[in-house]
Design a protein around this ligand. Structure first.
Ligand code: ADP
Length: 497
């Protein structure tokens, strides 16, 4: 038997020497096993204690870390809140401020909610204001452009009649002034439309070479006045049929070419188009307008694209202009996904350039070349227009081109006439009493889908989408340029497209 050390010590201490231990054997065995079991229990409880001590240490460490993370988070929140609003920083000077942070966040959330409501209502008011401004401009455009149409049309007719030699300069000055008034009105209207993002781009077949040559032709008279030469450089590898918005491209180029001619004397204006990329479905073209004129100082080069800004007020007063042209060009190109670039040297000249991407057209260009001479003989045209002056202008132009003209003073009369007579084309004003042009077109389209209906509107640019949706074939702006007017009627009556 292995004797437990305590029992061994007790035997030695209490039993006399020479005592026969065997006599107490069963008793000593019982005591010994008791000591041993006590010893095992002690070791077990010591082991258990060591384990729970370790667990406690782990939990404690964990808690400490969590606490630190939470403290740092509160600090960061406090810092963020103080940055958001100075008022909150005064609150945080002791350690136990989680509740304060929570309160401040709640305050901030509430303030943000109120601010959002206020912002939404401010946005609504601004939108209403913009709409009112747009409506005002659209009404004004009609009010100003309708009589201007009569003035420009009559000047054109007067120029076609015999007149006295001394009346020539008066007529010329009338024409120039009325055209500059018209372009100013168009610029202001266009700018406000572009500013509101209300511009859409048409997708039509067009021929870039034709557009560039027409631009040169259109500007040749003005260029001659300043003794300038206008030349066109057209890259022959540009695909002949591209799809894009011809009138927007014309508007951009007209502005750039007009400026180039205005700011150049005895010089050369080069209009160029070159192919940058040719893919199976689309082509990228770089356009440029270069002049050898007065040029623009480096410091003014970005300013001139801002609205109503001119590079040199003394020089510009001499040349005239609204300071809106380049702003319109820049914004239009941005909306078209492009960018205007300028290189210029004072005294040397300027180059404005930009790139555009066009889808390729599938059919041959259906554009018509300008019809010289103007012959619409054999055609019967219905002019739907409530303003007497405008009726007279359209009537005289159409009869000058040998067409037969019938007149309807509003949409309702036009609908009635179309039920009993046949026309080759209808020229439809948009804003009229009794029945407007859009309603009249919708009604006519119910029983006649073939007749070409051309919108003649004082605010042509903004109504184009509406007139197409109503079933009209095309649109022409009032006051109309007699050539555009002729072209559009010719196009829809002779080709049937
Ligand atoms: P504006 O109606 O005054 O011509 P623009 O926006 O078209 O307005 O042009 C702004 C200004 O930029 C012009 O007034 C002129 O100072 C300058 N500018 C534009 N094009 C040219 C150019 N080709 N040569 C020199 N200066 C130019």
């Amino acid at each position: 038997m292995t004797v437990h050390p305590i029992l061994e010590r007790q035997i030695r201490k209490y039993l006399p020497e020479g005592f026969d231990i065997d006599l107490l054997q069963p008793f000593l065995q019982a005591v010994n096993s008791r000591y041993e079991s006590q010893e095992r229990d002690k070791q077990l409880s010591e082991h258990a204690f060591a384990i729970s001590e370790r667990e406690y240490q782990d939990v404690y460490q964990n808690l400490k870390e969590q606490n630190e993370i939470s403290r740092q988070s509160v600090e960061k929140l406090k810092c963020a809140l103080s940055k958001l609003d100075q008022r909150f920083s005064a609150n945080y000077d002791d350690a136990s401020d989680l509740m304060r942070v929570v309160n401040d966040i709640t305050t901030l959330a509430e303030q943000t909610r109120i601010l959002k409501i206020e912002l939404e209502s401010a946005k609504e008011s601004a939108e209403q204001l913009a709409k009112a401004k747009g409506n005002f401009l659209s009404v004004m455009s009609h009010e100003i452009r309708t009589p201007l149409n009569a003035i420009i049309g009559n000047i054109h007719l007067l120029e076609g009649e015999p007149y006295l030699q001394e009346q020539e300069s008066l007529l010329r000055s009338l024409r120039i002034s009325s055209h500059s008034l018209l372009s100013l009105i168009n610029d202001i209207l266009d700018f406000s439309k572009i500013d509101e993002g209300k511009v859409s781009f048409n997708e039509r077949n067009m021929s870039l070479s034709e557009i560039l040559h027409n631009l040169r032709e259109a500007h040749s008279f003005k260029a001659m006045e300043n003794r300038n030469k206008v030349q066109v450089w057209f890259d022959a590898s540009i695909p002949p049929n591209l799809i894009g918005d011809e009138s927007r491209l014309n508007q951009i180029m007209n502005n750039l070419i007009g400026n180039a001619i205005k700011f150049t004397q005895n010089g050369t204006i080069s209009i160029a188009a070159s192919l940058v990329a040719n893919n199976p479905r689309d082509a990228r073209v770089r356009f440029s307008v270069t002049d050898t004129g007065i040029g623009i100082e480096n410091s003014k080069q970005s300013l001139i694209f801002e609205r109503f800004t001119q590079a040199n007020s003394d020089i510009d007063r001499k040349y005239g202009g609204s300071g809106l042209g380049l702003t319109i060009v820049k914004r239009l190109l941005e909306l078209w996904g492009s960018k205007i670039e300028l290189q210029s040297e004072p005294g040397q000249g300027s180059t404005f350039q930009f790139e555009l991407e066009f889808r390729k057209g599938t059919s041959a260009s259906q554009r018509l070349t300008k019809a010289a001479g103007g012959d619409l003989s054999g055609l019967r045209i219905l002019v739907v227009e409530d303003t007497e002056y405008n009726v007279k202008v359209a009537e005289r132009m159409l009869t000058h081109w040998k067409a037969t003209v019938d007149v309807a003073v509003n949409g309702q009369v036009a609908v009635d006439k179309c039920k009993t007579s046949t026309y080759d084309a209808i020229l439809m004003d948009i804003q009229m009493p009794v029945m407007d042009g859009i309603t009249a077109t919708r009604t006519i389209r119910m029983f006649n889908q073939q007749v070409p209906i051309i919108a003649v509107s004082a605010s042509a640019a903004e109504v184009h989408d509406d007139v197409v949706a109503a079933g009209m074939s095309d649109s022409v702006a009032k006051p109309f340029n007699p050539h555009d007017f002729f072209d559009v009627v010719f196009k829809w009556t002779r080709t049937g497209t």
